[in-house]
Design a protein around this ligand. Structure first.
Ligand code: ZN
Length: 186
């Protein structure tokens, strides 16, 4: 089976700032999931949320297996999250510089809590509840935000936003220099 590579929505396209709706229990989304993985790998990402390909449904995927090896939680480095719900975020906030496929070249320091408890369905519609931390937690938090219509740039300071204004407007108008397929606000 040949995978479909979706264009990734660029900042400015409305789907990115909309809230996503739950997926009907046991819907067949296997093909969509494998297309999302193919799309994410092609773009060199470590996470991709359905709104980024224009689907406002509660689904995101992650794969951090190439950047992490032996930490606890490795079973979840490559995961599919359907209808996820973050139950609890705990610990002292830590700052990390995040990127986002929808905002190429825009790096934002985001403070997040290190420990996340999340409930979700996996790709086989098995319900799971896991507690994860650090990088794994952060990637999950970033993707989870996408389902709420929140982007990493929303956490930037006003000064940072001002500094990024030109770059952001280039992204919005399709002038961003990217090596993967994107869909811009036309
Ligand atoms: Zn993102």
């Amino acid at each position: 089976m040949v995978s479909n590579i979706f264009p990734i929505l660029a900042y400015g396209v409305p789907s990115l700032t909309k809230k996503s709706t739950p997926i009907e229990y046991k819907s067949d989304i296997q093909e969509l999931i494998s297309d999302m993985f193919a799309t994410m790998y092609k773009a060199g990402g470590i996470g991709l949320a359905a709104p980024q390909i224009g689907k406002n449904i509660q689904l995101f995927i992650i794969d951090i297996s190439h950047i992490k090896d032996h930490e606890e939680g490795h079973l979840f480095y490559k995961s599919v999250f359907i209808n996820p719900e973050i139950i609890e975020e705990t610990g002292e906030e830590w700052e990390f510089t995040e990127g986002c496929l929808s905002l190429p070249g825009i790096m934002i320091n985001v403070k997040r809590k290190p420990i996340v408890k999340i409930k979700y369905f996996d790709e086989n519609w098995n319900q799971k509840e896991i507690e994860v931390d650090r990088m794994l937690a952060r990637v999950i938090q970033h993707e989870y935000d996408h389902l709420k219509g929140i982007l990493h740039i929303d956490y930037a300071t006003d000064l940072k936003k001002k500094m990024l204004k030109k770059k952001v407007s280039e992204i919005r108008s399709g002038k961003a220099n990217v090596n993967y397929k994107m869909r811009f606000l036309s």
